[in-house]
Design a protein around this ligand. Structure first.
Ligand SMILES: Cc1cc2nc3c(=O)[nH]c(=O)nc-3n(C[C@H](O)[C@H](O)[C@H](O)COP(=O)(O)OP(=O)(O)OC[C@H]3O[C@@H](n4cnc5c(N)ncnc54)[C@H](O)[C@@H]3O)c2cc1C
Length: 399
């Protein structure tokens, strides 16, 4: 698809973890010639076996839902949380996926190969029009990183035995905490943060002594330029308490692939593509920082949307209207969007273009009139939800 210059490969990806396999598969699906180089022989073990429920949306985008669902992994909906002296059983409506990372990462790599990606095991990186660093914490391209939290060391151990609980267990002990879950092969995997000798009382026989991992969160402020990008943990790492690292790595690969496709195929939009992927990385990193701070301090999740009274007068912040990079089809394009109080540019909410909704309003309007007007083009419950969201995000406010 792409015009060839003096090199034959469009994109070379270094690293065959979830981020590398995702970026490679999406770029191959978009018509590019892609080579992925992985330095270790697969399957290889990896930390991070509990995948947050949001991964299923990414599997659907990648077209791999069936192969993951039939791989024999374990689903876990219940977490037993012992935090601040209280025990709580949390049942989530969407289960986490508990995987063997050696098998999971090999499946992801197979999915890249099936899309036409050439997979090479070794360390020699061929030349290509675009280079993707997906080497995780190894940081092959030595991009500058900024720590977003104090240093965290995690001690990982696997245990053998019988009658392990089906629920995931999280427990705090003073300044330290630990996490554990049963793996698909029946062994129990634990992580201790702070104190390596912490263990749950039902555990007896470790398979191997604890192994230390650096789990310090960080972000790279410039994760992409005109010829290279960093994806997954090569671009940012989040605190393991959310069990969302793999979801975030795959999400960054999907977003980076659209940005790289734009840079290669529509160079006139390259600047917008660079801005788009950079703000994606910054947003995911800062959202996780906030969530982690709330989780450690025991603050409730403050994501609930406000109720706006029908007769409340709502004013619109006109400065919130901006032109911002957004995804249109398989490319990044500049489009009208709104800027939230936290500086995030959003063009669509649930598929609805936001800028035209705001542009059509007088400076001050009763809430019911706004919902009436928007209900001409979008369903009424969605119009109400959009209004609440815009108020929560500081784009509109009740006077
Ligand atoms: C203690 C701890 C617990 C965690 N728990 C969870 C969890 O429960 N759930 C979760 O979702 N996430 C968890 N994570 C995070 C998760 O493991 C990562 O987010 C995820 O693996 C990142 O994927 P990636 O593809 O970016 O990098 P990786 O999975 O690390 O893949 C990088 C790949 O690059 C290869 N590579 C490195 N250097 C080179 C080179 N020079 N050339 C070629 N290849 C190279 C490596 O061999 C590796 O295969 C945890 C992390 C830590 C530290």
């Amino acid at each position: 698809m792409s015009r060839l210059t003096d090199v034959d490969i469009d994109v070379v990806v270094a690293g065959g973890g979830p981020a590398g396999s995702t970026t490679a598969r999406r770029l191959a699906q978009l018509g590019h010639s892609v080579t992925l180089v992985e330095r270790r022989t697969f399957p290889r073990p990896h930390i991070g076996e509990s995948l947050s429920p949001g991964v299923w949306v990414h599997f659907a985008t990648l077209g791999i839902t069936e192969r993951i669902a039939s791989a024999g992994f374990r689903l876990s909906s219940t977490t037993l949380l012992r935090w601040r002296g209280e025990t709580e059983r949390i049942v989530s409506d969407k289960p986490s996926l508990i995987v063997d990372r050696a098998l999971f990462d090999a499946l992801m790599l197979d999915a890249a190969r099936d899309a036409g990606v050439e997979i090479v095991f070794g360390i020699s990186i061929p030349r290509a029009r675009f280079f993707v660093d997906a080497t995780g914490r190894a940081n092959f391209s030595r991009r500058k990183r900024r720590f977003t939290a104090p240093r965290v060391i995690a001690w990982h151990t696997r245990w053998q035995g019988e009658d392990f609980p089906d629920e995931t267990v999280v427990e705090r002990c003073g300044d330290s905490w630990m996490w554990g879950t049963k793996l698909p092969d029946g062994t129990f995997s634990t992580l201790a943060f702070g104190n390596p000798s912490l263990k749950f009382n039902f555990l007896a026989s470790p398979i191997a002594p604890p192994h230390a991992f650096d789990a310090t969160p960080y972000v790279c402020d410039s994760p992409i330029d005109a010829t290279s990008a960093a994806v997954g943990e090569a671009a940012f790492a989040i605190d393991p308490i959310s069990s969302s690292g793999v979801q975030a790595a795959i999400g960054s690969g999907i977003t980076a692939a659209i940005a790289i496709h734009t840079i290669l195929e529509r160079p006139s939009n390259a600047e917008a593509a660079i801005r788009f992927y950079t703000s994606h990385v910054q947003r995911v990193s800062s959202q996780h920082m906030k969530w982690t701070t709330d989780a450690y301090s025991g603050e409730p999740d403050s994501n609930e949307l406000p109720n706006i009274a029908n007769d409340a007068i709502v004013a619109t912040n006109r400065d919130a209207q901006v032109i911002a990079p957004t995804i249109r089809g398989d490319f990044v394009e500049l489009e009208p969007a709104i800027r939230t109080a936290s500086g995030r540019d959003v063009a669509y909410l649930g598929g609805t273009p936001l800028a035209p909704l705001i542009a059509s309003l007088p400076a001050r309007t009763p809430a019911h009139a706004i919902v009436d007007q928007w209900s001409n083009t979008i369903p009424r419950p969605h119009a109400t939800a959009v209004l609440s969201w815009l108020v929560a995000e500081g784009v509109m406010h009740v006077v």
